[in-house]
Design a protein around this ligand. Structure first.
Ligand SMILES: [Zn+2]
Length: 495
């Protein structure tokens, strides 16, 4: 297919990649019309600005003829003319100027539809294209006065960004490269509304139930590969609340609440993976890595690094949905880092796998009664299991951080630290993973994954100091906030 009557006036051949545009009318006119299958040209509309009419034609059957014509006229340059198929249109679209990409997409969709309606669906006779290629009419070969006509049809698909507080749910199907995530999507069933379809798809694929009436339309995008209309929604899932009670107070005043998104329960037929990603983490990741399948700039495939993700390109509706949400203000801007090294320092994106870490789950209490549940961790001094010293040093650092946060440093010695800091548990974390088993029997085992192995609490058979175990759900949620691509494993307690 060649979009016709398009000049590459911008002169940015680089950007256009392997597709070259030129006024193609002359070119096509040199091809004998009878060699073009069906109607020679379909009308796409007028170009904004100069009102030049734009047509497209299916030239897939005469590709060589066209190349010959070009060769006669332009010599060796002919090989630069690529005859596009709808598949190519999808692949090169992201690298084209917006206007050209739109025309290419429209042409690809229309020509694909024309290929599927060669025969009348009522009587089986051949059809002819009318209305400048936008309608077919039955040729009535059986002479039964068949009224069969056909118009291009749209297949709506919903795309949903499900959020839960400051988290959003993104998934990955098994055909996508490792690390590539997007909004959950699916086709609309007959007899359901778009909003119902959005909620149903999220539930079916991820097991996450969105709040009734929370599904809201955001934006839509034509996706004529071959005939979809992507309709983008945002929906909200209910946070799960855990009450943390450290038991220090009889009247319940010491209880605090911790909220986090409910765990997905995947339909493995549909999705390889789905995870919640915190807004702060996603903001950091935006634009860092590209879809390896579209990343033409770096000379072919480049894997997404383990522990990171790539989102669909900026041309995609899914990217728009995520970006729009990520760049919105968070509800309560928290000054206290939730997951950090001792003292509040930012931990590395990929924690070292060759040494153990000591951790403490703590609660920083605000002056106004509010609190922040947080985790502090750092590599152990000796590299192995945490010692008494490691735990003490971590707690001292937490106290110092709490004092600093509350401006109490000056009177720290006299201040009662228990009023501003609560220790909720601790233990050991080992970050592992990234290796792929050579002898793996299943695809799943061949896929590198990251794991945070937690020994919650301390002491017991394996020695070390006695520290209370933290609430495991709270601990897992805290770790996943900073390390969403890690699976948290707490041996002995199950998942
Ligand atoms: Zn018919």
């Amino acid at each position: 297919m060649i979009p016709i009557e398009m000049n590459n006036e911008s002169g940015d051949d680089e950007k256009i990649s392997h597709v070259r545009y030129r006024p193609a009318t002359a070119l096509l006119l040199q091809v004998p019309p009878e060699t073009l299958n069906r109607s020679a040209m379909s009308f796409l509309g007028f170009r904004a600005g100069d009102n030049a009419p734009i047509f497209c034609a299916d030239v897939s059957d005469v590709e060589e003829k066209i190349k010959d014509v070009v060769k006669r006229g332009e010599g060796a340059d002919a090989d630069n003319i690529i005859i596009e198929t709808s598949k190519d249109a999808k692949a090169v679209g992201p690298n084209l100027p917006k206007f050209d990409a739109g025309i290419l997409a429209a042409a690809a969709g229309l020509l694909k539809w024309q290929q599927t309606v060669r025969f009348c669906s009522e009587c089986g006779s051949r059809t002819k294209l009318i209305k400048a290629g936008h309608k077919t009419q039955c040729l009535d070969e059986k002479d039964i006065k068949c009224p069969g006509v056909n118009y291009p049809k749209l297949m709506p698909a919903v795309l949903t960004l499900t959020t839960c507080g400051d988290y959003c749910l993104l998934g990955r199907n098994s055909k996508w490269p490792r690390g590539f995530y997007s909004c959950l999507a699916g086709f609309v069933d007959q007899s359901e509304s778009l909003e119902q379809a959005a909620a149903r798809e999220v539930l079916e694929e991820s097991g996450i139930e969105v709040l009734h009436n929370s599904t809201k339309f955001v934006s839509s995008q034509p996706w004529p590969f071959p005939n979809q209309l992507m309709v983008g929604f945002r929906a909200e899932a209910e946070e799960k609340t855990i009450t943390i009670d450290d038991g220090t107070s009889k009247n319940g005043a010491s209880k605090s609440q911790f909220k986090y998104p409910p765990n997905p329960n995947l339909d493995r037929e549909e999705l390889k993976d789905a995870r919640w990603f915190h807004k702060d983490w996603l903001r950091e990741q935006l634009g860092r890595h590209a879809d390896p399948r579209e990343d033409l700039s770096r000379g072919g495939r480049k894997e997404i690094p383990l522990g990171s993700i790539a989102l669909p390109g900026t041309h995609a509706l899914a990217r728009h949905l995520v970006e729009q949400w990520v760049l919105e203000e968070s509800g309560g801007k928290n000054k206290i880092p939730v997951v950090a090294f001792a003292g509040g320092e930012s931990p590395p994106t990929l924690p070292p796998t060759n040494r153990s870490h000591v951790f403490a789950v703590v609660e920083f209490l605000g002056k106004g009664g509010g609190s922040t549940t947080a985790v502090r961790f750092q590599p152990t001094g000796g590299g192995g299991s945490p010692t008494k010293n490691d735990h003490e040093r971590l707690l001292t650092d937490c106290e110092r951080e709490a004092s600093r946060l509350r401006g109490l440093l000056a009177k720290a010695e006299g201040a009662n630290l228990k009023q501003i800091l609560k220790m909720l548990g601790g233990g050991q974390i080992d970050f592992t993973g990234g290796e792929v088993s050579e002898s793996a029997a299943y695809d799943d085992e061949r896929e590198a994954c990251l794991v945070a192995v937690v020994r919650n609490g301390g002491g017991g058979d394996s020695g070390g100091v006695e520290v209370p175990a933290a609430n495991q759900e709270v601990l897992s949620a805290l770790l996943r906030r900073q390390y969403p691509m890690h699976d948290v494993l707490i041996p002995g307690i199950g998942q």
